[in-house]
Design a protein around this ligand. Structure first.
Ligand code: GDP
Length: 448
């Protein structure tokens, strides 16, 4: 493979910048342009060592730099790799990169270093995708999910499931070819139970994807409740105590303002529909379209009820309307009343919004709700590609279960199991076309 190079740090001025060169010629190219202060040649440097020196374009010295050598296969890409860390001026960094090109390297494409790591067996496809998610993670939950995938948890789980499928296929093939008596593992009830368990695992994993998505992109949250329950005060409490890390983002509609609020490791995209109420007097105020729009696309509803006036039938009816969402009851104005919140089987936070300083209670409730996703050490699909393959695999397994249950010839199941296993292998990249690989890496940035 040719030798490639790119700037791996952002395209902006900074304290330092790093140029990465990977491929068979990288050490020779580095040797051409670098002079070590201790006069050691790059070609003589061992892997995982660095040297201080200068880079020159042949005419003049460009900068003093630190150069690190990685010897194949012990590098990120699996190839000989050199990283040059220089002062982080944009012009300077580009000039050093140009010098590297002039000595024989070619510009790296988007994600090409990671693509080489995949092609050289250093990472699976899902681990490569996780690298991108680690770079983009903007909160603890997003980072944790990406790290699990990078550690290979998703891959291991896919491998275990496809091994189970392959074992069943082997037993099936053996029996169809040679055996006269049906082996016990192929008894229809045993087979149905095994496939149902596999289907369940795949189904659960796909269900966790949606929550994972929510955690990565921010939990779309709306505040609902009757007029005067304290919605605006709750909004101020949540935004006020987090003012330093609150940013305005353009609302999805012109009238709904969304604030991004960090509650512990969670990011809430909090839609302020509270203001909408000002134009209306009645409980029907939440029926106005913007509030409904926000509710339609919400992941979470914070339902604010007034502890002092107590829970009314209208409150209960409104909460019932939200049954498709995660709902948290905010039992507000507890400074005015000792009344206990109603027993509604939904998580409840008891506060006096105008005095409240801490958001710990709410964070704990969010943890309960998203526990499986946020805290689970299990595998969660990272993107639509992975999720779709898991769903296709689940459908193929379901077709297999139908064969087992229907009393049809078992050999009809073989193709279903084979298809399911192949979908799962595609997640890890063991069974993929170049188009799939190119599609995955085209989303990466240059230099990664
Ligand atoms: P909204 O109509 O639901 O947005 O309610 P507001 O946030 O505007 O609050 C209505 C009234 O209740 C205001 O006068 C608030 O100051 C008051 N209020 C809100 N939360 C509390 C609370 O926790 N304790 C007390 N004592 N008053 C509150």
């Amino acid at each position: 493979m040719n030798t490639i190079a790119a700037i791996s740090t952002p395209d902006a001025a900074g304290g330092i910048a790093m140029i990465r060169i990977s491929g068979g010629d990288s050490i020779r190219i580095a040797d051409d342009i670098f002079t070590a202060a201790n006069h050691i040649k790059v070609t003589e440097m061992r892997g995982y060592t660095c040297a201080y020196g200068t880079v020159s374009d042949g005419q003049e010295t460009l900068d003093d730099v630190v150069l690190t050598v990685f010897r194949a296969p012990h590098s990120y890409t699996g190839e000989d790799t050199v990283e040059i860390t220089c002062h982080g001026g944009i012009y300077l960094t580009k000039r050093i990169l140009m010098t590297v090109y002039l000595h024989g390297a070619e510009p790296a494409g988007p994600g090409e270093f990671t693509k080489r790591a995949f092609l050289n067996g250093k990472l699976t496809l899902s681990q490569a995708e996780a690298v991108m998610d680690i770079i983009q993670a903007d909160g603890a939950s997003a980072l944790r999910i990406a790290q699990y995938a990078k550690e290979g948890k998703l891959g291991r789980e896919m491998h275990e499931i496809s091994s189970e499928l392959v074992d069943l296929m082997s037993a099936l093939a053996y029996w169809l070819d040679d055996a006269e008596e049906c082996p016990p593992e192929l008894e229809r009830t045993t087979l149905t139970a095994k496939l149902t368990a596999i289907h369940r695992k795949l189904y659960d994993m796909s269900a966790r994807y949606q929550d994972g998505l929510v955690l990565r992109s921010g939990i779309r949250t709306v505040l609902l409740g009757k007029p005067n329950a304290g919605k605006s005060s709750v909004m101020n409490w949540l935004c006020g105590t987090n003012r330093s890390i609150v940013t305005d983002i353009a609302g999805t509609t012109r009238d709904v303002i969304t604030e991004q609020v960090k509650i512990g490791e969670f990011t809430l995209l909090l839609s302020d529909t509270a203001g909408l109420r000002e134009t209306e007097n009645t409980i029907e105020s939440i029926g106005i379209s913007q509030a409904y729009q926000a509710l339609d696309t919400a992941d979470l509803v914070l339902y604010v009820a007034d502890a002092n006036t107590g829970m009314t039938d209208e409150d209960t009816a409104l909460i019932e309307k939200c049954s498709r969402h995660h709902v948290i009851l905010i039992w507000n104005k507890t400074d005015l009343s000792d009344a206990a919140p109603p027993e509604l089987q939904i998580p409840t936070v008891q506060i006096a919004a105008i005095y409240e300083k801490s958001t710990d209670q709410l964070r704990d409730v969010l943890r309960q709700i998203f526990e499986q996703t946020a805290g689970s050490p299990g595998a969660i699909p990272l993107n639509e590609r992975q999720n779709l393959l898991i769903r296709h695999a689940a459908e193929a397994v379901r077709a297999g279960i139908e064969v087992a249950e229907s009393g049809n010839e078992l050999d009809m199941m073989y193709a279903d199991l084979e298809m399911a296993a192949s979908y799962l292998r595609e997640i890890e990249g063991t069974d993929v076309t170049d188009d799939v690989i190119d599609g995955v890496f085209s989303k990466f940035c240059v230099g990664k």
